[in-house]
Design a protein around this ligand. Sequence first.
Ligand SMILES: [Zn+2]
Ligand SMILES: [Zn+2]
Length: 153
Amino acid sequence: MSDVLCPCGTGKPYVGCCGLYIEGGQLAPDPETLMRSRYTAFCKSQYAYLKKTWHPETYPEDLEQGEPSNWVGLEIIESSWEDDEGEVEFKARLILENRLEVLHEISEFDKVDGQWLYHSGEFLNEDDPVKIARNAPCPCGSGKPFKDCHYQA
Ligand SMILES: [Zn+2]
Ligand SMILES: [Zn+2]
């Protein structure tokens, strides 16, 4: 399974992309890389990594009790950082109750003791979730019709 593509959308294999940080113990060098690895950790329910990269000030103690989500895509719109502070604007797509939802957020990151941490985010959502037709191609990009892929009866 070492050639499985990373969910974060770089087109690289997971082991040479976010896997370096989630399972390889390396520190993400910048906020955008951290953002990608955290998205991938959400996809894979890697809660220990999410906790490790979450600022203790804002870490939600009930994180692991949340519903597992069907994340199907990440698009980084803009990222910037200076010294110990950074910002990443992104859109993440997920399927929830057979609807496609786009989470549009600006996340803020702080560097603490040499490690980038997610601090908090501001939602910029403007669109309501869209119902996915059963015969439409699945938004996850598998090439299968939705009804044979992420559809939930
Ligand atoms: Zn990745
Ligand atoms: Zn799918």
